[in-house]
Design a protein around this ligand. Structure first.
Ligand code: ASP
Length: 449
């Protein structure tokens, strides 16, 4: 039985837990309505009683999962981000290639969040949802001016930021620390190695934590359905549709703009060349799992030399996540609509900055965005309890959205590699157009060995 369970891929187990949670939540509610009078429960109280029972008996499992998620946020961000930045330390990766790459990453990420915010605002994916019963978040929230919020990103004491789990400050400090390691050169190699090894270890811990996802989803889902009713699903499907539409629009607009208008290359050849990498990204929902295939497609089908692919793609897999950034923008709107928070120009601006930073700090593994959505939402007052409600709601269907955003994360890295190669004059148009088959150069062959 145990073997059978663990042989099912994690996302499959999460889906089964989702269904089981819904069945339990609805079943208990219906059962209490039907037989409640025999045990002294009036039909109109059945929903509240069912939710109360589930909260008492299953609540701790949901809380356990959320605590585990929170536990790994700080070490996950610090180690993966420092390790990612340190990769830039290779002299090959510095110079104009590095600057161009980073600039493109930043601009594309900002556009992605803006598109997410636009779709989230226009399509209103969270508008039908009423989740106002969990804590008066807006009251507890202290309003800050936009400059105060931006200044707060710079930690006065990085250790305090770690203790408090102040993720934006940690992202800021980790980026600077990574740059510091690079600037030290060979003397800091031991520190770089420690962070690289630590990031691998913490990714393993993340995998262990995710093994609890089915149990957490089961508990959270049963409670959500018992307390909110089945209508809750209409909004999830609206959210999924909104995310897919926004991602497709982003790809057509941004990739179209860069590849067709700026680089003057046919766009369809890009998608054709990247098909394998996109299939792997879509099915694994992990940019790092897709990285070797992305590398292959970029060099062998898009005409980008190994030297540029090798210096832009690994860093991109860690810090350039446009699909994730866009998703965070939509989720922020979703949460605001679900809990009735007003988003004005200042809130939009702060979400733009925060979601971009958060996408940099997101690990390239399945569902990593979920670990950080609280940060973006907290900027306009969403409380931890409300985040838990959103999590309960989004997590079971996150995989469907994760697959799509990871595909965009991966494709964006390749677009940047292509743009850098073309503008550096190192692009092979014959390979891109499919009129020549890729042959590694002697140096590339050495690199590959
Ligand atoms: N799964 C995504 C990736 O690996 C990260 C995320 O959860 O958004 O690119």
């Amino acid at each position: 039985m145990i073997r059978w369970w663990f042989a099912i891929p994690l996302w499959g187990r999460v889906f089964m837990a989702l269904v089981a949670g819904i069945v339990l939540g609805l079943g208990l509610q219906a059962g209490l309505k039907a037989w409640g009078l025999h045990i002294g429960i009036a039909p109109d109280q059945a929903q509240a009683v069912a939710a109360g029972w589930i909260k008492t008996w299953l609540g701790p499992f949901g809380d356990l999962f959320i605590r585990l998620l929170r536990m790994i946020i700080v070490p996950l961000i610090m180690t993966t981000l420092v390790a990612g930045i340190v990769q830039l330390g290779d002299p090959k990766r510095l110079g104009t290639v590095g600057v161009k790459t980073l600039l493109l990453y930043v601009v594309m990420t900002l556009i992605a969040v803006s598109i997410g915010l636009t779709f989230g605002t226009v399509l209103q994916p969270g508008s039908g949802l009423v989740l106002t019963d969990v804590g008066a978040g807006a009251v507890a929230f202290e309003p800050m001016t936009i400059s105060e919020r931006l200044l707060a990103i710079v930690p006065q004491n990085p250790v305090e930021a770690m203790v408090k789990g102040d993720v934006l400050s940690l992202i800021f400090f980790s980026i600077l620390f990574g740059i510091g390691i690079i600037l030290c050169g060979p003397s800091a190699i031991p520190v770089a190695d420690v962070f690289t090894a630590a990031s691998e270890a913490i990714l393993k811990v993340t995998q262990i934590v995710m093994e609890f996802a089915p149990l957490g989803v089961f508990a959270l889902m049963a409670y959500t359905v018992a307390s909110q009713g089945i209508e809750i699903f209409a909004s999830v499907f609206k959210l999924i549709a909104c995310v897919y539409l926004a991602l497709i629009t982003y790809m057509l607009l941004v990739y179209g703009g860069i590849i067709k208008l700026w680089l003057k290359l046919p766009l369809w050849r890009f998608f054709f060349g990247m098909a394998d990498a996109q299939a792997v990204a879509y099915s694994t929902a992990s940019s790092s799992a897709a990285l070797p295939v992305t590398m292959n497609c970029t060099t062998q089908k898009l005409g980008v030399p190994q030297s540029i692919a090798g210096s832009t793609l690994p860093l991109g897999a860690v810090i350039n996540m446009d699909g994730t950034a866009l998703y965070q923008g939509i989720l922020a709107c979703f949460a605001a609509q679900a809990f009735g928070y007003h988003l004005g120009p200042a809130e939009y601006a702060i979400i733009l900055v925060t979601a971009s930073l958060v996408s940099i700090g997101t690990a390239s593994i399945p569902s990593a965005s979920l670990f950080l959505m609280a940060i973006v939402m907290s900027t306009f007052g969403v409380t931890p309890e409300q985040v838990a409600m959103i999590l309960a709601f989004v997590l079971p269907v996150d995989r469907i959205m994760d697959m799509a955003r990871t595909t965009v994360n991966v494709a964006s890295d390749a677009v940047v590699a292509l743009a850098v190669a073309k503008t550096e004059g190192e692009f092979d148009s014959e390979i891109y157009m499919g009129t020549k088959v890729y042959e590694p150069t002697a140096r590339e062959r050495d690199d590959l060995v």
